[in-house]
Write a protein that binds this ligand. Sequence first.
Ligand code: 5GP
Length: 172
Amino acid sequence: MCRSDLKLELLIGRDEIGRRVKELAEEISRDYESPLMLGILNGAFIFMADLVREMKIPVEIEFVRVKSYRGVNTTGKVEILMDVSDVKDKDVLIVEDIVDTGITMNFLVKRVMKRGASSVKVCTLLDKPSRRIVDVIPDYVGFTIPDYFVVGYGLDYNGMYRELPEIYRICD
Ligand code: 5GP
């Protein structure tokens, strides 16, 4: 598929995503009584919406918005644009689109713990362990992928492509 100048190659199709999201929701539903699911905006909005609708237990839903600085000169700075709400004494499950270097997740897990959560676990749709800088091991992973830059299903490239129902890799 070609969109403007970019060549996109299908990596994970709609049905495969749907099946995996259902499996994850079932697994999480077995492990929890009633978690607070904390989605990370913007990337996780579609995953979060699909995941919560497959849950078999009651859940609370909150969002946090962060900006992670990437690129050659990045020092791994994470800026909070919309902060973590009241998580005190709650079992928090952070829901993320992709864990890459792990810097964002490491920052958020620490922040949620500092705010007095009873427990914090991480669910990510995609994991790129080969890129890890900080030692983060997500508790629930949809798909482990190689070092590709991917878009679709909530993930963007310069603010675009989030609406695609499938996940694509951007080819060189
Ligand atoms: P980390 O802090 O783990 O390096 O990065 C996490 C964030 O970087 C993700 O939430 C996402 O916004 C962005 N990111 C990392 N890899 C990709 C990718 O392959 N595609 C897109 N669209 N965003 C990515």
